[in-house]
Design a protein around this ligand. Structure first.
Ligand code: M6R
Length: 615
C-alpha cells in the first residue's frame, strides 16, 4: 500500500527519504517519487516500477549536480488506486510548481472537488484523487493564508481515509502532515524531524516516535512540532521509544523474506506461546477484558489470511469451549446490520494492525457497544492502540506480503483463547489442559519436522507449476486451511486456486474437474477422514490429478492418489487438535516453491500490499 516519508532539518534529506522508502517497499507499490525544496525551487523525481529506478535517476542527477540534496524532502511509494501506473499518476503530485503532496489513502469526494478546481482554472496532470490536495493548498495560499491555515482549510473540504504530507516553496521550512484513518508516525530528532507511514521507515533516523491519532494534523519545522486534534486544539501526543532493532530487517541469508519467515516458525512460535503463560503456568489471557465475565457468543472479524485464522479459531472455540462464534469478513461487517443479541465482545485479528477494513470493523463493534479485543503482530499499530484489550503475536516483523509466521502465531493465540474459555466455563478439565500444554511444548519440534518435507514439496511444485488452476479440499480444520492454501498459492504464483469444503464439491465445484486438474487434500486421521477420502475419490473418478498430504493411515486409504506426501508421525490427539498449525507448513512451502519455479516476485507480488490501508 502507499507509503509516505519526509525529512526536515537534516542534510541530504532526499537521500534519507529514499532510505525510508526502501523500508516501506515490503508494503507493495508500483511507482515511487520524491520532492524537495531548493531555495524557492521545487525539485521532483518520479519513476515507475521498483525503487531502484528512482535511485538510479537520483544518483545520476546528483553526479551531474542537477539535483541539490537539501534539508527538506518528501517521498512516496504508490500502490495504484485511482489511475493506472504511470509517471503522471506517481506521487508527489504538484500544483503550480510550488506545492507538492504525498498521500496514502483515498479522497472520496475528489471528483466534485476536481470539477470545482477545474472551473477555477486549475489544470490537472494526473487522474489521481490526490491531485486535488496540492491544488487546494495553492488556492488557499493564494488567498493569503499561511501554510498551517491552508492545511486546515484543505482538511475542511476533503473527505475519506488519508494520511498526507505537503511542502510549499512559499514555506520552505515547514511540513504539513495530516492523518485520518491511514497511519502516520512522526520521529523526533535533534533540530530535525521525520515522518513515515510506520515507525520502521524512520527508525534509522530516530527511536523517538509519536503516532498521530485520527483527525490529528501537525505543522512540522526543524525544531518545533505543533500537533492539533480534529477540533484544532493543540495537543500533546505521547512519545514512544521504539526498539533499536526495529529498522534492522534482513533476509538472514535466505533468498526471500517469505522463506526466512516460514523457517523462523519453529523458533518464534514458542515466543507467542511463552507470552501467553504466567510463571505459575496459568494462561495469561484476561477473559474479563475479552468480555467474557459470563458465557456469551463471540464475533471475530478479519481479512485475508487473518480471516482464515479466525475461521479456524471458530472451530476451536466451539469445540473446546462450547461458545458460539460468528466469523465475518471485516469489509462486510461494517456495511451490514449485524445482530449483537447475546454478545458482549468482538475480536479482530490483524498482522499489521493497520488493515483499514479490520480497523473499521473494530470501531463499528465499539459503536455497537461491544468490548473490543485485537490479536495483532505490530505493537503500537492503530488497531493495537484502539482495541480495549490486545493480545500480541510475537512473530517479529513480517516483511513478505504473504503471511506465514503471523498466521501460525495467530492460531496459537486463538487456540489458547479457546482453552482458556473452555477451562473457565468447565468444558474441559485440568487433565485436558495439562495435556494441551504438553502438546504446545511439542509443537516447535513438530513444526521443524514438517519443514523437512521441503524436498518432497519441491518435487510436487514441479508437477503443478504449469497448471492453470488448482483446487484444495479439506474437511473440519482442514477446510479453512484449504482456503488459506489457495490464497497463498494464488497471491504469489498467480495460478488460479480455490479452496472448498470437501463435502461441498458435489454441490457445484465438481463441475470444474477436468483431466489433469490438480486437486490437493490436506488430511489427518480425525475420525472424518473416510468421508474426505470419498470426496477425493469423486474427483479422481472424473480425471483429477489427486494429491494427498497427510498421515500414514490416510495415505493408505487414499491409495488411488497420484502423489502422496506423508507427514511425520505424531501423537493422534495432538495431530488432530493442532492440525491447522502443522499443515500450514506444507501449504506455505507449496505456494513458495511453485512461485519460485515460475519466477514470480515472491516477496512483493503484483498488485498486492502488505498493509492494506484503503477500503
Ligand atoms: O495485516 P492483516 O492481517 O490485517 O492483513 C490482512 C490481509 O491483507 C492479509 O492477510 C493478506 O491476505 C495476506 N497477503 C495473505 O498472505
Amino acid at each position: 500500500m502507499c507509503g509516505v516519508v519526509a525529512v526536515i532539518g537534516k542534510a541530504e534529506a532526499s537521500s534519507l527519504v529514499i532510505e525510508g522508502l526502501k523500508k516501506l517497499e515490503y508494503r507493495g507499490y508500483d511507482s515511487a517519487g520524491i520532492a524537495s525544496l531548493d531555495k524557492k525551487k521545487l525539485q521532483v523525481l518520479k519513476s515507475e516500477g521498483k525503487l531502484t529506478n528512482l535511485v538510479n535517476q537520483f544518483d545520476l542527477l546528483i553526479s551531474k549536480k542537477s539535483y541539490n540534496d537539501t534539508e527538506i524532502a518528501i517521498g512516496h511509494t504508490r500502490w495504484a488506486t485511482h489511475g493506472n501506473v504511470s509517471i503522471e499518476n506517481a506521487h508527489p503530485l504538484t500544483s503550480d510548481n510550488k506545492v507538492a503532496v504525498v498521500h496514502n489513502g483515498i479522497i472520496e469526494n475528489y471528483a466534485s472537488l476536481k470539477k470545482t478546481l477545474i472551473s477555477e482554472g486549475y489544470v490537472f496532470s494526473s487522474v489521481t484523487d490526490t491531485e486535488v490536495i496540492p491544488h487546494l493548498f495553492t488556492k488557499y495560499i493564494k488567498q493569503g493564508n499561511d501554510f498551517l491555515e491552508s492545511g486546515k482549510l484543505v482538511l475542511k473540504v476533503i473527505k475519506g481515509a488519508f494520511a498526507f504530507i505537503a511542502i510549499s516553496v512559499d514555506f520552505p521550512d515547514q511540513l504539513f502532515v495530516s492523518r485520518n484513518s491511514s497511519p502516520i508516525a512522526i520521529g523526533i530528532g535533534d533540530k530535525c524531524n521525520f515522518i513515515g507511514s510506520d515507525a520502521q521507515s524512520i527508525a534509522h533516523l530516530t527511536k523517538r516516535i509519536i503516532y498521530l491519532e485520527d483527525g490529528d494534523y501537525a505543522l512540522v519545522k526543524n525544531e518545533t512540532l505543533d500537533i492539533f486534534d480534529a477540533q484544532s486544539n493543540i495537543v500533546d501526543r505521547q512519545i514512544i521509544h521504539v526498539n533499536s532493532d526495529i529498522g534492522l530487517i534482513n533476509k538472514g541469508g535466505y533468498k526471500h523474506f517469505m522463506k526466512k519467515e516460514m523457517f523462523e516458525q519453529p523458533s518464534i512460535i514458542p515466543q507467542t506461546i511463552g507470552s501467553l503463560f504466567n510463571e505459575d503456568q496459568s494462561i495469561n489471557i484476561n477473559l474479563d477484558k475479552l468480555g467474557f465475565t459470563n458465557k456469551s457468543s463471540l464475533t471475530i472479524c478479519a481479512a485475508g489470511t487473518s480471516f482464515y485464522a479466525a475461521l479456524i479459531g471458530k472451530y476451536w472455540i466451539e469445540q473446546i469451549a462450547d461458545i458460539p462464534v460468528l466469523v465475518d469478513l471485516a469489509s462486510e461487517y461494517r456495511y451490514r446490520k449485524p445482530s449483537v443479541f447475546g454478545q458482549t465482545s468482538i475480536l479482530v485479528i490483524s498482522q499489521s494492525g493497520e488493515s483499514l477494513d479490520t480497523l473499521m470493523a473494530l470501531r463499528y463493534g465499539k459503536e455497537l457497544g461491544l468490548t473490543t479485543t485485537a490479536i495483532v503482530n505490530v505493537t503500537g499499530s492503530t488497531i493495537d492502540r484502539e482495541a480495549d484489550y490486545s493480545l500480541h503475536t510475537k512473530a517479529g516483523p513480517e516483511i513478505a506480503v504473504a503471511s506465514t509466521k503471523s498466521f501460525t502465531s495467530q492460531l496459537i493465540v486463538l487456540f489458547l483463547i479457546a482453552v482458556s474459555l473452555g477451562k473457565k466455563f468447565n468444558n474441559i478439565d485440568a487433565n485436558k489442559v495439562n495435556k494441551i500444554k504438553q502438546y504446545l511444548n511439542m509443537l516447535p519440534l513438530a513444526l521443524a519436522n514438517m519443514l523437512k518435507l521441503e524436498d518432497q514439496i519441491i518435487a510436487l511444485s514441479q508437477q503443478i507449476k504449469n497448471s492453470k488452476s488448482v483446487i484444495f479440499l479439506g474437511r473440519g480444520y482442514m477446510y479453512p486451511l484449504a482456503l488459506e492454501a489457495a490464497l497463498k498459492l494464488k497471491e504469489i504464483s498467480y495460478i488460479h486456486a480455490e479452496g472448498f469444503a470437501a463435502g461441498e464439491m458435489k454441490h457445484g465445484p465438481i463441475a470444474l474437474i477436468e483431466d489433469g486438474l490438480p486437486v490437493i487434500m490436506f488430511i489427518i486421521s480425525d475420525g472424518y477422514e473416510d468421508k474426505s477420502i470419498s470426496n477425493l475419490q469423486e474427483a479422481h473418478s472424473r480425471g483429477a490429478k489427486v494429491i494427498v498430504i497427510g498421515d500414514e493411515a490416510c495415505l493408505k486409504k487414499a491409495s488411488f492418489a497420484e502423489i502422496k506426501i506423508k507427514i511425520p508421525d505424531i501423537d493422534d490427539e495432538f495431530k488432530s487438535l493442532l492440525s491447522p498449525i502443522l499443515m500450514a507448513i506444507p501449504a506455505q512451502l507449496l505456494a513458495y516453491h511453485v512461485s519460485r519455479e515460475r519466477g514470480t516476485d515472491i516477496d512483493q507480488p503484483r498488485n498486492l500490499a502488505k498493509s492494506v490501508t484503503v477500503e
